[in-house]
Design a protein around this ligand. Structure first.
Ligand SMILES: NC(=O)c1ccc[n+]([C@@H]2O[C@H](COP(=O)([O-])OP(=O)(O)OC[C@H]3O[C@@H](n4cnc5c(N)ncnc54)[C@H](OP(=O)(O)O)[C@@H]3O)[C@@H](O)[C@H]2O)c1
Length: 308
């Protein structure tokens, strides 16, 4: 174990962060430090010498190499933590098995709280078997709910950052908003930075409920079109290739032609994610928890849609 920081008489809470070298993990680590936490990043030995680990060290984060196959090693690494946060990413081996060992270790080390790597639309409401990655979250949630630890999942809809990138929704070239089904179906979006900041705040908050639901913006395809037009000053149009039934058929076809079973997010998985959002099945329900930490200023759609 490397650097540590102390501030005054009351020691800062120690948060153990798994997946800290990932895109979201790096942001959570940054916001935890900004909020005054001590952070211990658990990193695979092969990633200890990487640029991400170095950037964590430069922020005063304790970077610890761990064998994720060893509950004993993970238990040592979880010692003294007030919360374990997972930002791991992968398929069943990672989301259920590796996170499962991390959970076992957190319990063995007496850590009171655990935040799993959910960070998604509301997978709890989506029918079992409809979305492989949501099924993995549900499977892990069953383990988490049976464990003697206080669990909190952060549900944030789709990362807003993907709107003009990976997710083919707002198409800058032809100035189209591509959607399936209904143009007025509300959809939830939150930037990765805001999700990380909220997660950091939640990790330091001892009284969080089982689920926290946030959305920096809620917008239907029609409202996305208006927002893209306003943000860019260029007129966007709606394009509806068909209904959700046609999208389901295309998902099946894509999965058959390009199964990519080892990819975490192959094209058919992205299409399935959109289907779950456009059908309303994965919509965040009830009052959102956006105001739980009043210092968070949620980035609006225009910051992403303007390409800034
Ligand atoms: N809502 C959305 O739209 C959305 C979009 C994207 C992601 N997400 C979610 O956000 C979370 C984080 O995703 P991300 O994009 O930040 O992931 P990422 O950049 O791929 O990072 C994954 C992290 O997991 C670690 N990892 C992967 N396999 C591992 C293993 N077998 N054992 C130990 N560590 C392992 C990686 O460590 P190394 O550095 O050692 O490889 C890395 O730190 C996931 O739950 C993901 O599904 C949500």
């Amino acid at each position: 174990m490397t650097e540590s920081t102390t501030s005054g008489a009351t020691p800062a809470p120690l948060i153990v962060l798994a997946g800290a070298t990932g895109e979201l993990g790096l942001l959570i680590a940054h916001h935890l430090r900004r909020r005054g936490a001590e952070v211990r990043a658990l990193v695979r030995p092969a990633s200890l010498a990487g640029a991400e680990a170095e950037s964590l060290r430069q922020q005063g984060i304790e970077v610890t190499g761990v064998d994720y196959n060893s509950v004993a090693d993970l238990t040592r690494a979880c010692r003294d933590a007030t919360c374990v946060v997972s930002a791991l990413n992968g398929l069943r081996e990672v989301m259920v098995e590796t996170q499962g060992r991390l959970l076992e270790a957190a319990v063995a080390a007496g850590v009171p709280r655990f935040i799993p790597s959910d960070f998604s639309a509301d997978f709890t409401r989506v029918p079992e078997g409809s979305n492989r990655n949501f099924d993995l979250r549900r499977e892990f949630a069953r383990r988490l709910d049976a464990a003697p630890i206080q669990a909190t999942s952060v549900l944030n809809g789709m990362f807003m950052d993907l709107l003009r990138g990976t997710a083919p929704v707002v198409l800058a070239g032809p100035r189209l908003v591509l959607y399936w089904g209904r143009p007025d179906q509300p959809l939830d979006f939150t930037t990765m930075v805001d999700t990380a900041d909220f997660t950091a705040a939640a990790a330091l908050d001892p009284s969080t409920p089982r689920y926290l639901r946030v959305a920096g913006a809620v917008a239907s395809p029609r409202q996305l079109r208006e927002a893209a037009t306003a943000a860019t000053g260029q007129r966007y149009r709606l394009l509806r290739p068909g209904g959700l039934g046609l999208l389901s058929t295309l998902i099946k076809l894509t999965k058959t032609l390009a199964p990519a079973p080892d990819d975490v997010f192959p094209p058919w998985q992205g299409m399935q994610y959109l289907h779950n959002m456009l059908s309303g099945d994965a919509k965040l329900q009830g009052p959102l928890d956006n105001n739980r930490y009043p210092d968070i200023r949620w980035a609006p759609l225009r910051t992403v849609l303007a390409g800034r």
